[in-house]
Ligand binder design. Sequence first.
Ligand code: TUI
Length: 311
Amino acid sequence: MRTKITELLHIDNPIIQGGMAWVAEHHLAAAVSAASGLGIIGAANAPADWVRGEIRKAREITSNPIGVNVMLLSPYADEVAQVLVEEKVPVITTGAGNPGKYMEMWKSAGSKVIPVVASVALARMMERGGADAVIAEGTESGGHIGAATTMTLVPQVRDAVKVPVIAAGGVGDGRGMAACFMLGADAVQIGTRFVVAKESICHENYKERIIKAKDIDSAVTGRSHGHPIRQLRNQMTKEYLKKEQEGVPFEELELMTVGALRNAVVDGDVKHGTVMAGQIAGLISKEQTCQEIIDEIMKEAAALLQGATNE
Ligand code: TUI
């Protein structure tokens, strides 16, 4: 399938893997890219040297393009930004903020820059600042989220900017992908389904929670202090939401979550850890290779989209 995004990023399938903290390391990114989607290494809160190492290890597995996601709240964002220039990373996505201050250095290094936006206003600002495309990410997503749904955000961003739009949030199969294309998207970004990929190093307990999840099994913590995080309900969310309701200060709440995502992803503590996942977790039923996931989604989406255009 050819779209503005496959042309821009030199990939065969318009599927981009989300840059998920702890999960999106070189094995997953390389597997998605090897299957002709765009694999993304999630820099999250990691130091720059770790990011450099992951880029190099991924490049040993596949010669297809691989991108990096910069989480803008990271204390290492400045040094990671510099490493991406040194390593000539072809595609940079950003999340959880405004990447304006890095735009010029990345663009002059030849990278394609694709910020995640959660509003039309930020999409417009990013286009003016030189973004090559934007990822319109709805509140169905896992992790740090905005307020608008994918259904409402994607067509409004589509109408507001000329650059290609990648839809994210709630996409887990070919039906979701086809729906996003109907809303005006040129590609989709998928996170949760890739967490359970065979190549994902995520702990089996975490994968099992996603596979067993039902439609309304996620909760959003941190709404009261402006850092909403979608994750699967467990002991942690129960305690956190109770304290949040009691008005416990942000600093104290933060202490509860230090290292909690790592505890869930790496150590498999899905009871007390943070199990970030999108609302589409309920649809995800098995572990498959990235190649199988991409082939299945593409086949289903292509059939639906062909039906739509022929009628
Ligand atoms: O970034 C994400 N999702 C994430 S980042 C993350 S790591 C983390 N862990 C603990 C606390 C905080 C983060 C887990 N999940 N998605 C991209 C995304 N960006 N979603 C929403 C946004 C966003 C929201 C507001 C982007 C920009 C924005 O406006 C910023 C501004 O300054 O105008």
